[in-house]
Design a binder for this molecule. Structure first.
Ligand code: PM9
Length: 460
């Protein structure tokens, strides 16, 4: 009888250069977090040991990407690197027209200005901070049409990024399709905990929107991670490559905004892509107002070259297996310590459920913000609040009270080792054991827009 042995995965790369980390004492960290107003965004990175604030712009580039940087063509117009990037976007994502931008929100700004009229409704599979703000600034209103399961951290639904078509149907009936310029579909939904949408759900949505003349705009910031979950979980895709699944996802959408700082493995950059000539033409008009010429959009030539190469590398099956594998490794280590998490474990980070971690702190005393500060204090590990602070206020000034009150342990791509993940899980466990002594916070400074970036707090 044939015997099968367990086979581990490992990173499909080795290290050529390392960046030294600085260790701090608890006293140094206490001073640093107080000076930062208990907001991890305001910590200087020199005071951080393991930085899990975000996976945005924090990837380690490959030797191929660095070699590409040396081939930066810094001509003002018609840089060769732009044409390489355009070719990569066509080849791997399938969109017809490309307008580069300095990062994702630059593309969101252009898109919102082009497609949204005051009074419009923009349905989406959960809000994202910058995306919703641009929709609102253009006079639109975001409407959440994600399935209810996405708002429940303990629900094990394999595709919590799916759209509830009944919710969309209600909006179409109430407002009429002419008030809905597009449906915004994020892959690997960030605020839900890095949760995927299935191809079956997307196809159904595609068919529905075709009947009503409504576009689908794809927030493709983490499309490769979503494709990995489709390969692993959706019947019929186990043998399909990540490249093919990504192409299939994009084929059910009319255009996309991309923050290339995540999946595409670069430190800066993004784009707006579309299959519609009229949208492209208007985007080319606006990009020169807000970003730069239509062949660089706020990026240096070398940045576009690194992105073109990064797009290809990000869709390698071994890369994405190791990338999500590392996130899952951290999640499983935390579960061994009974740390309450969003389930299933997400694609770009482990999301700790602060409501269950700190049940004694009410949501208006910012439990996730307080927990992120405590984790930093314990070990120098920097994480991010994704709860009431991130949700911010409605245009009428009322505070949102999101069901999810989370701390995101976001894993940069190709940066940390499994041993770093062990240190992180052990720190979360140490904080869990003294959770009863953790107090809530008062917000003492609240910026007008995207308050989570710069708000300041004091301990109660
Ligand atoms: N996401 C993140 O850390 C960085 C800024 S917000 C803390 O998760 C999606 C799904 C994102 C995203 C950024 C953007 C904006 C759009 N969509 O940061 O402007 O996760 O490149 O992209 C961040 P840019």
């Amino acid at each position: 009888m044939a015997t099968t042995y367990h086979r581990s995965w490992a990173e499909p790369y080795k290290m050529k250069m390392v960046e030294l980390l600085r260790m701090t004492t608890r006293a140094q960290r206490l001073k640093a977090i107080r000076d930062a107003g208990f907001n991890t965004f305001l910590l200087p990175s020199k005071d951080v040991y393991i930085d899990l604030l975000t996976d945005s712009g924090t990837s380690a580039m490959s030797d191929r990407q660095w070699a590409g940087m040396m081939q930066g063509d810094e001509s003002y117009a018609g840089s060769q690197n732009f044409y390489h990037l355009e070719k990569a976007v066509h080849a791997y994502y399938g969109y017809k027209y490309l307008v580069p931008t300095h990062q994702g929100r630059g593309a969101e700004n252009l898109l919102s200005k082009i497609l949204i009229k005051p009074g419009d409704i923009i349905p989406g599979n959960m809000y994202f901070t910058t995306t919703r703000l641009h929709q609102e600034l253009a006079g639109g209103t975001f409407a959440d049409i994600i399935i209810d399961e996405a708002h429940d951290p303990q629900n094990e639904h394999p595709f919590k990024g799916n759209v509830d078509l009944n919710k969309l149907e209600k909006l179409v009936k109430k407002h009429g399709p002419e008030k809905i310029p597009y449906v915004c579909i994020a892959t690997n939904v960030n605020m839900a905990g890095g949760q995927p949408i299935s191809l079956a759900n997307l196809r159904e949505l595609w068919n529905y929107t075709r009947q009503h003349g409504i576009r689908i705009i794809h927030d493709m910031t983490r499309v490769a991670e979503n494709a990995y979950f489709i390969q692993q979980r959706e019947p019929g895709y186990a043998k399909m490559s990540i490249q093919r699944i990504v192409k299939a996802i994009c084929s059910y959408t009319d255009g996309a905004t991309m923050s290339a700082k995540k999946d595409a493995l670069v430190n800066i950059g993004g784009f707006l892509a579309t299959n519609e000539w009229e949208v492209y033409e208007e985007a080319r008009n606006l990009v020169v107002v807000y970003e730069g010429l239509h062949t660089y959009g706020g990026m240096a030539g070398r940045d576009m070259e690194a992105m073109a190469i990064g797009i290809e590398e990000s869709l390698n099956d071994n890369h994405i297996h190791a990338r999500v594998g590392q996130v899952e490794y951290l999640g499983h280590r935390m579960e061994e310590f009974d740390i309450p998490l969003v389930r299933p474990i997400g694609g770009h980070g482990v999301f700790v459920d602060a409501r269950r971690f700190l049940p004694h702190i009410p949501q208006d005393k910012f439990p996730a913000q307080a927990l992120a500060a405590e984790i930093y204090l314990d070990s120098g590990v920097r994480t991010m609040e994704r709860g009431i602070v991130s949700a911010g206020r409605k245009p009428n000034g009322e505070q949102y009270f999101p069901k999810l009150e989370l701390v995101r342990f976001t894993i940069p791509r190709r940066v940390y080792t499994q041993a770093h993940m062990d240190v992180v899980a052990e720190s979360a466990n140490a904080v869990l054991h003294r959770r009863n002594r953790i107090k809530g916070l008062n917000m003492v400074y609240e910026p007008k827009y995207l308050r989570f970036f710069q708000a300041r707090f004091e301990r109660l």
